[in-house]
Design a protein around this ligand. Structure first.
Ligand SMILES: Cc1ncc(COP(=O)(O)O)c(C=O)c1O
Length: 543
Protein backbone atom coordinates (compact mmCIF):
# COMPACT_ATOMS: atom_id res chain seq x y z
CA UNK A 1 0.00 0.00 0.00
CA UNK A 2 1.23 3.48 -0.66
CA UNK A 3 3.23 5.40 1.90
CA UNK A 4 0.65 8.17 1.84
CA UNK A 5 -2.11 5.80 3.05
CA UNK A 6 0.12 4.54 5.86
CA UNK A 7 0.81 8.14 6.77
CA UNK A 8 -2.92 8.87 7.10
CA UNK A 9 -3.59 5.69 9.05
CA UNK A 10 -0.95 6.69 11.56
CA UNK A 11 -2.44 10.20 11.79
CA UNK A 12 -5.96 8.78 12.30
CA UNK A 13 -4.59 6.52 15.04
CA UNK A 14 -2.86 9.42 16.81
CA UNK A 15 -6.08 11.33 16.58
CA UNK A 16 -8.23 8.78 18.41
CA UNK A 17 -5.53 8.01 20.97
CA UNK A 18 -5.19 11.62 22.03
CA UNK A 19 -5.87 12.54 25.62
CA UNK A 20 -9.20 14.27 26.07
CA UNK A 21 -9.21 18.05 25.80
CA UNK A 22 -12.49 19.89 26.42
CA UNK A 23 -14.29 20.35 23.12
CA UNK A 24 -11.93 18.02 21.23
CA UNK A 25 -12.47 14.32 21.50
CA UNK A 26 -12.50 12.10 18.50
CA UNK A 27 -12.95 8.49 19.60
CA UNK A 28 -16.47 7.23 18.80
CA UNK A 29 -18.46 5.17 21.28
CA UNK A 30 -18.14 1.39 20.76
CA UNK A 31 -21.90 1.23 20.15
CA UNK A 32 -24.57 3.35 18.51
CA UNK A 33 -28.16 4.15 19.40
CA UNK A 34 -30.58 1.42 18.45
CA UNK A 35 -33.64 3.09 19.90
CA UNK A 36 -34.29 6.58 21.22
CA UNK A 37 -36.69 8.20 23.61
CA UNK A 38 -37.86 11.71 22.79
CA UNK A 39 -38.39 14.07 25.68
CA UNK A 40 -41.78 15.63 26.36
CA UNK A 41 -40.48 18.79 27.93
CA UNK A 42 -38.19 21.59 26.94
CA UNK A 43 -34.99 22.80 28.55
CA UNK A 44 -36.60 26.27 28.39
CA UNK A 45 -39.34 25.35 30.96
CA UNK A 46 -37.46 26.70 33.99
CA UNK A 47 -40.46 28.26 35.74
CA UNK A 48 -42.58 25.16 35.22
CA UNK A 49 -39.88 22.99 36.80
CA UNK A 50 -39.51 25.44 39.70
CA UNK A 51 -43.25 25.23 40.40
CA UNK A 52 -43.31 21.44 40.30
CA UNK A 53 -40.22 21.26 42.48
CA UNK A 54 -41.58 23.62 45.11
CA UNK A 55 -45.27 22.66 45.12
CA UNK A 56 -45.27 19.00 44.23
CA UNK A 57 -41.86 17.60 45.20
CA UNK A 58 -40.98 19.67 48.26
CA UNK A 59 -37.47 20.18 46.81
CA UNK A 60 -36.86 16.44 47.14
CA UNK A 61 -35.17 15.14 43.98
CA UNK A 62 -36.66 11.65 44.45
CA UNK A 63 -40.15 13.17 44.27
CA UNK A 64 -39.59 15.10 41.04
CA UNK A 65 -41.35 13.71 37.93
CA UNK A 66 -38.78 12.29 35.54
CA UNK A 67 -40.85 13.23 32.47
CA UNK A 68 -40.13 16.86 33.34
CA UNK A 69 -36.35 16.41 33.17
CA UNK A 70 -35.09 17.56 29.77
CA UNK A 71 -31.38 17.26 30.61
CA UNK A 72 -29.44 14.50 32.34
CA UNK A 73 -31.10 12.38 34.98
CA UNK A 74 -28.09 11.59 37.12
CA UNK A 75 -30.02 10.66 40.25
CA UNK A 76 -28.64 7.15 40.02
CA UNK A 77 -26.72 4.81 37.77
CA UNK A 78 -28.86 2.05 39.24
CA UNK A 79 -31.50 0.42 37.06
CA UNK A 80 -31.14 3.23 34.54
CA UNK A 81 -29.06 1.34 31.96
CA UNK A 82 -30.04 1.41 28.31
CA UNK A 83 -30.13 -2.28 27.50
CA UNK A 84 -28.55 -3.65 24.34
CA UNK A 85 -30.51 -5.11 21.42
CA UNK A 86 -29.22 -8.54 22.38
CA UNK A 87 -30.62 -8.10 25.88
CA UNK A 88 -34.04 -7.14 24.50
CA UNK A 89 -33.88 -10.07 22.10
CA UNK A 90 -32.95 -12.43 24.95
CA UNK A 91 -36.01 -11.24 26.89
CA UNK A 92 -38.29 -12.52 24.14
CA UNK A 93 -36.88 -15.98 24.80
CA UNK A 94 -37.79 -15.84 28.50
CA UNK A 95 -39.11 -18.99 30.11
CA UNK A 96 -41.93 -18.02 32.49
CA UNK A 97 -42.08 -21.26 34.49
CA UNK A 98 -42.88 -21.04 38.19
CA UNK A 99 -39.65 -22.65 39.40
CA UNK A 100 -36.20 -23.49 37.97
CA UNK A 101 -36.83 -21.71 34.67
CA UNK A 102 -34.38 -21.90 31.78
CA UNK A 103 -32.90 -18.48 32.58
CA UNK A 104 -31.94 -19.65 36.07
CA UNK A 105 -29.67 -22.37 34.70
CA UNK A 106 -28.19 -20.03 32.13
CA UNK A 107 -27.48 -17.53 34.88
CA UNK A 108 -25.81 -20.21 37.02
CA UNK A 109 -23.48 -21.03 34.14
CA UNK A 110 -22.84 -17.37 33.41
CA UNK A 111 -21.95 -16.72 37.05
CA UNK A 112 -19.21 -19.33 36.81
CA UNK A 113 -18.02 -17.76 33.53
CA UNK A 114 -18.03 -14.25 34.97
CA UNK A 115 -16.81 -14.82 38.51
CA UNK A 116 -14.77 -18.00 38.22
CA UNK A 117 -14.98 -21.72 38.80
CA UNK A 118 -15.22 -21.37 42.62
CA UNK A 119 -18.75 -20.15 42.08
CA UNK A 120 -20.17 -23.39 40.75
CA UNK A 121 -23.61 -23.88 42.15
CA UNK A 122 -25.39 -27.04 43.24
CA UNK A 123 -24.70 -30.74 42.88
CA UNK A 124 -26.54 -33.47 41.02
CA UNK A 125 -29.58 -33.51 43.24
CA UNK A 126 -29.41 -29.71 43.46
CA UNK A 127 -29.33 -29.68 47.25
CA UNK A 128 -26.31 -27.40 47.22
CA UNK A 129 -27.69 -24.41 45.31
CA UNK A 130 -25.80 -21.29 46.18
CA UNK A 131 -27.45 -18.72 43.90
CA UNK A 132 -30.41 -16.85 45.35
CA UNK A 133 -32.24 -14.41 43.11
CA UNK A 134 -33.91 -11.28 44.48
CA UNK A 135 -35.73 -8.40 42.88
CA UNK A 136 -32.99 -5.91 43.82
CA UNK A 137 -29.94 -5.32 46.00
CA UNK A 138 -31.63 -4.05 49.13
CA UNK A 139 -33.96 -7.05 49.17
CA UNK A 140 -30.83 -9.22 49.35
CA UNK A 141 -29.47 -7.09 52.18
CA UNK A 142 -32.72 -7.36 54.10
CA UNK A 143 -32.81 -11.14 53.72
CA UNK A 144 -29.11 -11.63 54.42
CA UNK A 145 -29.04 -9.64 57.64
CA UNK A 146 -32.39 -10.98 58.89
CA UNK A 147 -31.33 -14.61 58.47
CA UNK A 148 -27.71 -14.00 59.49
CA UNK A 149 -28.86 -12.32 62.69
CA UNK A 150 -30.81 -15.45 63.56
CA UNK A 151 -28.19 -18.06 62.69
CA UNK A 152 -25.18 -16.13 63.97
CA UNK A 153 -26.86 -15.45 67.32
CA UNK A 154 -26.75 -19.22 67.95
CA UNK A 155 -23.00 -19.64 67.83
CA UNK A 156 -21.49 -16.36 69.01
CA UNK A 157 -20.93 -15.19 72.56
CA UNK A 158 -20.41 -11.49 73.08
CA UNK A 159 -19.30 -9.33 75.99
CA UNK A 160 -21.69 -6.70 77.34
CA UNK A 161 -19.07 -3.93 77.03
CA UNK A 162 -16.76 -3.04 74.17
CA UNK A 163 -13.16 -4.24 74.59
CA UNK A 164 -10.61 -1.75 75.95
CA UNK A 165 -8.07 -2.69 73.30
CA UNK A 166 -10.10 -1.00 70.54
CA UNK A 167 -8.42 2.04 68.98
CA UNK A 168 -9.96 5.05 70.79
CA UNK A 169 -11.34 6.72 67.64
CA UNK A 170 -12.83 3.44 66.45
CA UNK A 171 -14.33 2.72 69.86
CA UNK A 172 -15.89 6.17 69.92
CA UNK A 173 -17.43 5.61 66.49
CA UNK A 174 -18.93 2.31 67.52
CA UNK A 175 -20.22 3.77 70.78
CA UNK A 176 -21.92 6.62 68.98
CA UNK A 177 -23.84 4.04 66.96
CA UNK A 178 -24.74 1.97 70.01
CA UNK A 179 -26.97 4.73 71.28
CA UNK A 180 -29.22 4.30 68.31
CA UNK A 181 -29.21 0.49 68.44
CA UNK A 182 -32.52 -1.31 68.71
CA UNK A 183 -33.47 -2.58 72.15
CA UNK A 184 -30.19 -1.37 73.51
CA UNK A 185 -29.59 0.51 76.70
CA UNK A 186 -27.15 3.41 76.21
CA UNK A 187 -23.56 2.41 76.85
CA UNK A 188 -24.24 -1.32 76.61
CA UNK A 189 -23.88 -3.41 73.49
CA UNK A 190 -25.56 -6.59 74.61
CA UNK A 191 -26.37 -8.76 71.64
CA UNK A 192 -25.16 -6.25 69.08
CA UNK A 193 -23.28 -7.52 66.06
CA UNK A 194 -20.93 -5.26 64.14
CA UNK A 195 -20.74 -5.37 60.33
CA UNK A 196 -17.63 -3.53 59.11
CA UNK A 197 -17.09 -2.37 55.55
CA UNK A 198 -14.83 -0.01 53.63
CA UNK A 199 -18.12 1.95 53.44
CA UNK A 200 -21.66 0.65 53.46
CA UNK A 201 -24.16 2.00 50.96
CA UNK A 202 -27.12 3.79 52.60
CA UNK A 203 -29.59 0.92 52.18
CA UNK A 204 -27.03 -1.58 53.44
CA UNK A 205 -26.47 0.61 56.47
CA UNK A 206 -30.24 0.93 56.95
CA UNK A 207 -30.82 -2.81 56.69
CA UNK A 208 -28.05 -3.63 59.15
CA UNK A 209 -29.32 -1.09 61.67
CA UNK A 210 -32.88 -2.30 61.22
CA UNK A 211 -31.79 -5.77 62.37
CA UNK A 212 -30.22 -4.30 65.54
CA UNK A 213 -26.66 -4.62 64.22
CA UNK A 214 -24.04 -1.91 63.94
CA UNK A 215 -22.75 -0.93 60.49
CA UNK A 216 -19.29 0.58 60.72
CA UNK A 217 -17.29 2.19 57.92
CA UNK A 218 -13.53 1.72 57.88
CA UNK A 219 -12.35 3.61 54.77
CA UNK A 220 -8.60 3.82 54.22
CA UNK A 221 -6.82 6.99 55.40
CA UNK A 222 -6.43 8.27 51.82
CA UNK A 223 -10.12 8.02 51.07
CA UNK A 224 -10.83 11.73 51.10
CA UNK A 225 -7.28 13.07 51.16
CA UNK A 226 -6.11 15.43 48.44
CA UNK A 227 -3.76 12.79 47.11
CA UNK A 228 -4.45 12.46 43.41
CA UNK A 229 -1.75 9.85 43.02
CA UNK A 230 -3.38 7.22 45.19
CA UNK A 231 -5.72 5.42 42.79
CA UNK A 232 -7.39 2.97 45.19
CA UNK A 233 -9.12 5.21 47.63
CA UNK A 234 -11.94 2.69 48.05
CA UNK A 235 -9.58 0.48 50.09
CA UNK A 236 -10.40 -0.53 53.63
CA UNK A 237 -8.30 0.66 56.57
CA UNK A 238 -6.15 -2.37 57.33
CA UNK A 239 -5.11 -1.31 60.86
CA UNK A 240 -8.66 -0.59 61.93
CA UNK A 241 -10.13 -3.85 60.69
CA UNK A 242 -7.28 -5.79 62.29
CA UNK A 243 -7.80 -3.99 65.58
CA UNK A 244 -11.56 -4.54 65.43
CA UNK A 245 -11.25 -8.26 64.78
CA UNK A 246 -8.52 -8.71 67.40
CA UNK A 247 -10.68 -7.11 70.06
CA UNK A 248 -14.25 -7.71 69.00
CA UNK A 249 -14.02 -10.55 66.46
CA UNK A 250 -16.78 -12.49 68.22
CA UNK A 251 -19.13 -9.59 67.54
CA UNK A 252 -18.38 -9.60 63.79
CA UNK A 253 -20.26 -12.28 61.83
CA UNK A 254 -19.16 -10.95 58.46
CA UNK A 255 -16.81 -8.38 56.89
CA UNK A 256 -17.88 -6.48 53.78
CA UNK A 257 -15.94 -4.78 51.01
CA UNK A 258 -17.98 -2.61 48.63
CA UNK A 259 -16.56 -2.58 45.08
CA UNK A 260 -16.38 0.11 43.94
CA UNK A 261 -16.90 2.13 47.10
CA UNK A 262 -20.03 4.13 46.24
CA UNK A 263 -20.36 6.03 49.51
CA UNK A 264 -16.67 6.87 49.47
CA UNK A 265 -16.89 8.47 46.04
CA UNK A 266 -17.18 5.46 43.70
CA UNK A 267 -13.51 4.77 44.30
CA UNK A 268 -11.97 1.42 43.42
CA UNK A 269 -10.49 -1.15 45.79
CA UNK A 270 -7.11 -2.68 44.96
CA UNK A 271 -6.41 -6.40 44.76
CA UNK A 272 -3.61 -5.81 47.28
CA UNK A 273 -6.14 -4.48 49.79
CA UNK A 274 -8.64 -7.28 49.11
CA UNK A 275 -5.87 -9.85 49.65
CA UNK A 276 -4.69 -8.21 52.86
CA UNK A 277 -8.23 -8.07 54.29
CA UNK A 278 -8.64 -11.73 53.35
CA UNK A 279 -5.50 -12.64 55.30
CA UNK A 280 -6.84 -10.81 58.34
CA UNK A 281 -10.36 -12.27 58.17
CA UNK A 282 -8.83 -15.74 57.67
CA UNK A 283 -6.81 -15.37 60.84
CA UNK A 284 -10.00 -14.84 62.80
CA UNK A 285 -12.10 -17.29 60.76
CA UNK A 286 -14.56 -14.58 59.77
CA UNK A 287 -16.25 -14.64 56.35
CA UNK A 288 -15.49 -11.93 53.80
CA UNK A 289 -18.15 -10.71 51.34
CA UNK A 290 -18.28 -8.25 48.48
CA UNK A 291 -21.06 -5.81 47.84
CA UNK A 292 -20.28 -6.40 44.18
CA UNK A 293 -22.56 -3.90 42.40
CA UNK A 294 -19.75 -2.40 40.28
CA UNK A 295 -17.33 -5.30 40.07
CA UNK A 296 -16.41 -4.78 36.40
CA UNK A 297 -15.70 -1.08 36.85
CA UNK A 298 -13.51 -1.98 39.84
CA UNK A 299 -11.61 -4.52 37.71
CA UNK A 300 -11.02 -1.88 35.03
CA UNK A 301 -9.19 0.32 37.56
CA UNK A 302 -7.09 -2.63 38.73
CA UNK A 303 -6.06 -3.36 35.15
CA UNK A 304 -5.25 0.28 34.50
CA UNK A 305 -3.50 1.24 37.72
CA UNK A 306 -2.43 -1.75 39.81
CA UNK A 307 1.05 -3.08 39.25
CA UNK A 308 1.13 -6.46 37.52
CA UNK A 309 -2.38 -6.39 36.05
CA UNK A 310 -2.08 -4.45 32.80
CA UNK A 311 -1.70 -7.61 30.69
CA UNK A 312 -4.61 -9.44 32.26
CA UNK A 313 -8.11 -9.37 30.83
CA UNK A 314 -10.97 -7.88 32.81
CA UNK A 315 -12.41 -11.38 33.26
CA UNK A 316 -9.13 -12.72 34.64
CA UNK A 317 -9.01 -9.87 37.12
CA UNK A 318 -12.64 -10.43 38.15
CA UNK A 319 -11.86 -14.12 38.75
CA UNK A 320 -8.94 -13.23 40.97
CA UNK A 321 -10.92 -10.60 42.93
CA UNK A 322 -13.71 -13.08 43.61
CA UNK A 323 -11.32 -15.88 44.57
CA UNK A 324 -10.70 -14.02 47.86
CA UNK A 325 -14.29 -13.83 49.13
CA UNK A 326 -16.77 -16.28 50.63
CA UNK A 327 -19.84 -14.76 49.08
CA UNK A 328 -21.19 -11.66 47.46
CA UNK A 329 -24.36 -9.77 47.04
CA UNK A 330 -25.03 -7.74 43.94
CA UNK A 331 -27.56 -5.27 42.74
CA UNK A 332 -27.76 -6.31 39.10
CA UNK A 333 -29.08 -2.84 38.28
CA UNK A 334 -25.48 -1.66 37.99
CA UNK A 335 -22.93 -4.00 36.43
CA UNK A 336 -25.65 -6.54 35.59
CA UNK A 337 -26.65 -3.90 33.00
CA UNK A 338 -30.36 -4.44 33.65
CA UNK A 339 -33.19 -2.34 35.03
CA UNK A 340 -34.10 -4.61 37.92
CA UNK A 341 -32.55 -7.54 39.78
CA UNK A 342 -30.34 -8.68 42.62
CA UNK A 343 -28.62 -11.83 43.80
CA UNK A 344 -26.81 -13.42 46.70
CA UNK A 345 -24.13 -15.94 45.76
CA UNK A 346 -22.33 -18.12 48.31
CA UNK A 347 -19.09 -19.98 47.83
CA UNK A 348 -19.42 -23.68 48.56
CA UNK A 349 -16.84 -24.68 51.18
CA UNK A 350 -16.12 -21.03 52.03
CA UNK A 351 -15.99 -19.83 55.64
CA UNK A 352 -19.55 -18.52 55.46
CA UNK A 353 -21.27 -21.74 54.43
CA UNK A 354 -19.09 -23.75 56.86
CA UNK A 355 -19.68 -21.42 59.78
CA UNK A 356 -23.39 -20.95 59.26
CA UNK A 357 -24.69 -24.29 57.95
CA UNK A 358 -28.29 -23.31 58.74
CA UNK A 359 -28.12 -20.12 56.68
CA UNK A 360 -29.15 -21.49 53.29
CA UNK A 361 -32.21 -23.26 54.71
CA UNK A 362 -33.21 -20.13 56.60
CA UNK A 363 -32.72 -17.98 53.54
CA UNK A 364 -34.75 -20.32 51.33
CA UNK A 365 -37.66 -20.14 53.80
CA UNK A 366 -37.37 -16.37 53.95
CA UNK A 367 -37.34 -16.08 50.17
CA UNK A 368 -40.35 -18.30 49.63
CA UNK A 369 -42.31 -16.07 52.00
CA UNK A 370 -41.05 -12.75 50.68
CA UNK A 371 -39.76 -12.98 47.10
CA UNK A 372 -40.82 -16.28 45.57
CA UNK A 373 -38.77 -19.39 44.90
CA UNK A 374 -35.00 -18.69 45.07
CA UNK A 375 -34.77 -19.62 41.37
CA UNK A 376 -36.69 -16.52 40.32
CA UNK A 377 -36.81 -14.37 43.47
CA UNK A 378 -39.26 -11.73 42.34
CA UNK A 379 -38.02 -11.52 38.75
CA UNK A 380 -39.66 -12.74 35.57
CA UNK A 381 -37.91 -15.53 33.66
CA UNK A 382 -37.14 -13.10 30.84
CA UNK A 383 -35.30 -10.80 33.26
CA UNK A 384 -32.82 -13.58 34.03
CA UNK A 385 -32.05 -13.90 30.32
CA UNK A 386 -31.24 -10.20 30.06
CA UNK A 387 -28.91 -10.44 33.07
CA UNK A 388 -26.97 -13.26 31.42
CA UNK A 389 -26.46 -11.09 28.35
CA UNK A 390 -25.61 -8.07 30.53
CA UNK A 391 -22.82 -10.00 32.26
CA UNK A 392 -21.33 -10.79 28.84
CA UNK A 393 -21.17 -7.12 27.85
CA UNK A 394 -20.05 -5.56 31.11
CA UNK A 395 -16.57 -7.10 31.07
CA UNK A 396 -15.82 -5.88 27.53
CA UNK A 397 -12.74 -3.71 27.48
CA UNK A 398 -14.17 -1.31 24.89
CA UNK A 399 -17.38 -0.86 26.87
CA UNK A 400 -15.48 -0.12 30.10
CA UNK A 401 -13.01 2.21 28.36
CA UNK A 402 -15.91 4.23 26.97
CA UNK A 403 -17.88 4.24 30.21
CA UNK A 404 -15.11 5.21 32.59
CA UNK A 405 -13.61 7.56 29.98
CA UNK A 406 -16.92 9.41 29.87
CA UNK A 407 -16.97 9.85 33.64
CA UNK A 408 -13.42 11.20 33.42
CA UNK A 409 -14.41 13.70 30.73
CA UNK A 410 -17.22 15.04 32.92
CA UNK A 411 -14.82 15.22 35.88
CA UNK A 412 -12.14 17.01 33.86
CA UNK A 413 -14.66 19.51 32.56
CA UNK A 414 -15.82 20.32 36.10
CA UNK A 415 -12.30 20.67 37.49
CA UNK A 416 -11.39 22.75 34.43
CA UNK A 417 -13.85 25.31 35.82
CA UNK A 418 -12.34 24.97 39.31
CA UNK A 419 -15.37 23.06 40.65
CA UNK A 420 -14.21 20.81 43.51
CA UNK A 421 -14.92 17.11 43.11
CA UNK A 422 -13.46 13.91 44.47
CA UNK A 423 -10.36 13.41 42.38
CA UNK A 424 -9.53 11.28 40.63
CA UNK A 425 -13.11 10.45 39.66
CA UNK A 426 -14.39 6.95 40.31
CA UNK A 427 -16.11 4.59 37.88
CA UNK A 428 -19.79 5.53 37.84
CA UNK A 429 -20.23 9.03 39.14
CA UNK A 430 -18.76 12.40 39.85
CA UNK A 431 -18.99 13.60 43.44
CA UNK A 432 -19.07 17.36 43.89
CA UNK A 433 -17.58 18.30 47.23
CA UNK A 434 -20.03 20.62 48.99
CA UNK A 435 -17.66 21.61 51.80
CA UNK A 436 -15.11 22.86 49.27
CA UNK A 437 -17.73 24.26 46.89
CA UNK A 438 -18.85 26.63 49.65
CA UNK A 439 -15.44 27.05 51.27
CA UNK A 440 -15.15 30.47 52.91
CA UNK A 441 -18.83 31.30 52.36
CA UNK A 442 -21.34 31.42 55.20
CA UNK A 443 -23.71 28.56 54.60
CA UNK A 444 -26.52 26.51 56.11
CA UNK A 445 -26.24 22.86 57.03
CA UNK A 446 -27.70 21.29 53.94
CA UNK A 447 -26.29 23.10 50.93
CA UNK A 448 -26.19 19.86 48.96
CA UNK A 449 -29.99 19.86 49.06
CA UNK A 450 -30.03 23.45 47.73
CA UNK A 451 -27.62 22.66 44.89
CA UNK A 452 -29.64 19.59 43.95
CA UNK A 453 -32.86 21.63 43.87
CA UNK A 454 -31.36 24.39 41.72
CA UNK A 455 -29.91 21.87 39.27
CA UNK A 456 -33.40 20.43 38.86
CA UNK A 457 -34.65 23.85 37.89
CA UNK A 458 -31.78 23.99 35.39
CA UNK A 459 -33.08 20.69 33.95
CA UNK A 460 -30.74 18.06 35.44
CA UNK A 461 -31.18 15.71 38.39
CA UNK A 462 -28.46 14.70 40.86
CA UNK A 463 -28.50 13.24 44.38
CA UNK A 464 -27.45 14.74 47.69
CA UNK A 465 -25.25 12.21 49.48
CA UNK A 466 -23.87 14.16 52.37
CA UNK A 467 -24.82 15.75 55.64
CA UNK A 468 -28.52 15.24 54.94
CA UNK A 469 -28.46 11.71 53.55
CA UNK A 470 -25.95 10.35 56.05
CA UNK A 471 -26.44 12.63 59.04
CA UNK A 472 -28.97 12.04 61.81
CA UNK A 473 -31.21 14.25 63.91
CA UNK A 474 -31.37 13.20 67.55
CA UNK A 475 -32.71 14.99 70.61
CA UNK A 476 -32.85 18.29 68.77
CA UNK A 477 -29.27 18.01 67.49
CA UNK A 478 -27.96 17.36 64.03
CA UNK A 479 -25.24 14.67 64.05
CA UNK A 480 -23.15 14.81 60.88
CA UNK A 481 -21.81 11.62 59.30
CA UNK A 482 -18.58 10.29 60.80
CA UNK A 483 -16.28 10.07 58.93
CA UNK A 484 -17.69 13.21 57.34
CA UNK A 485 -18.99 12.98 53.77
CA UNK A 486 -20.72 15.91 52.09
CA UNK A 487 -21.29 15.41 48.39
CA UNK A 488 -23.70 15.93 45.58
CA UNK A 489 -23.43 12.91 43.33
CA UNK A 490 -23.94 12.90 39.59
CA UNK A 491 -24.26 9.20 38.77
CA UNK A 492 -24.11 8.46 35.07
CA UNK A 493 -26.52 5.82 33.70
CA UNK A 494 -24.84 3.16 31.57
CA UNK A 495 -25.12 3.44 27.77
CA UNK A 496 -27.67 6.27 28.05
CA UNK A 497 -26.10 9.69 27.49
CA UNK A 498 -23.75 11.24 25.00
CA UNK A 499 -20.97 13.60 26.03
CA UNK A 500 -22.95 16.59 24.78
CA UNK A 501 -25.75 15.90 27.29
CA UNK A 502 -23.31 15.60 30.14
CA UNK A 503 -21.44 18.73 29.19
CA UNK A 504 -24.70 20.66 29.33
CA UNK A 505 -24.99 19.44 32.94
CA UNK A 506 -21.43 20.67 33.62
CA UNK A 507 -22.36 24.13 32.33
CA UNK A 508 -25.34 24.28 34.71
CA UNK A 509 -23.08 23.41 37.66
CA UNK A 510 -20.73 26.18 36.56
CA UNK A 511 -23.56 28.73 36.73
CA UNK A 512 -24.17 27.73 40.35
CA UNK A 513 -20.46 27.70 41.21
CA UNK A 514 -19.87 31.13 39.72
CA UNK A 515 -22.69 32.56 41.86
CA UNK A 516 -22.43 30.26 44.86
CA UNK A 517 -22.71 33.04 47.43
CA UNK A 518 -26.27 33.63 46.20
CA UNK A 519 -27.47 30.04 46.65
CA UNK A 520 -30.20 30.00 49.32
CA UNK A 521 -30.28 27.49 52.17
CA UNK A 522 -33.25 25.22 52.85
CA UNK A 523 -35.68 24.66 55.72
CA UNK A 524 -36.54 21.04 56.46
CA UNK A 525 -40.35 20.98 56.45
CA UNK A 526 -40.82 17.29 57.09
CA UNK A 527 -38.89 14.15 57.97
CA UNK A 528 -35.69 15.38 59.57
CA UNK A 529 -35.80 12.73 62.30
CA UNK A 530 -36.83 9.81 60.08
CA UNK A 531 -34.50 6.92 59.16
CA UNK A 532 -33.38 7.06 55.48
CA UNK A 533 -34.68 10.60 55.62
CA UNK A 534 -33.33 11.87 52.29
CA UNK A 535 -35.77 9.65 50.40
CA UNK A 536 -38.77 11.07 52.24
CA UNK A 537 -38.14 14.59 53.50
CA UNK A 538 -39.66 17.82 52.22
CA UNK A 539 -37.87 21.16 52.13
CA UNK A 540 -38.49 24.79 51.23
CA UNK A 541 -36.04 27.46 50.09
CA UNK A 542 -35.10 30.00 52.72
CA UNK A 543 -36.22 33.50 51.84
C1 LIG B 1 -22.99 -0.20 46.72
C2 LIG B 1 -24.47 -0.45 46.69
N1 LIG B 1 -24.99 -1.45 47.41
C3 LIG B 1 -26.30 -1.73 47.39
C4 LIG B 1 -27.18 -0.99 46.64
C5 LIG B 1 -28.66 -1.32 46.67
O1 LIG B 1 -29.07 -1.90 45.48
P1 LIG B 1 -30.57 -1.71 44.91
O2 LIG B 1 -30.72 -0.30 44.50
O3 LIG B 1 -30.67 -2.68 43.79
O4 LIG B 1 -31.52 -2.07 46.00
C6 LIG B 1 -26.69 0.06 45.86
C7 LIG B 1 -27.63 0.87 45.04
O5 LIG B 1 -27.33 1.92 44.53
C8 LIG B 1 -25.30 0.34 45.88
O6 LIG B 1 -24.76 1.33 45.14
Amino acid sequence: MSEAIDFFISKFRDNINREYEPGRYFRPRPYRNASVRFRNCSIEDFEKRRDILVNEAGLNAFMFRSDMIPGCDLLSDSGTTTMTMRQWAAMLLGDEAYGSNEGYFELKNQITETFGKDWVSGNENRSGENLFIFHQGRAVENALFTVLGRVAAKNETRQPKLANGLMPALKKRIESKLLSGKGNTPGSCDSQFIIPSNSHFDTTQGNIEDKGMIPINLPCPQHLADDRDYRFRGDMDVDEIENLLENEGSRVPLVYITITNNTGGGQPVSIANIKRIREITDRFNIPLFFDACRFAENAWFIKKYEKGYSDKSITEIVHEMFSYVDGFHISLKKDGLVNMGGALVLKEGGIFTEKYPDFKGGLTDYQIMAEGHPTYGGLAGRDLKSIVEGFRVVVRQDYLDARIGQIKRVADSLTGYGIPIIEPAGGHAVYIDMDKFFDGIKIDDFMGVSVTALLLIAGHRVCELGTYAFGRYMDGNEIPPDPRVNFVRAAVPRLAYEDMDLLSFVEAVKVLYDHRERIPGVNVEYGRDLPLRHFKSRFSFKK
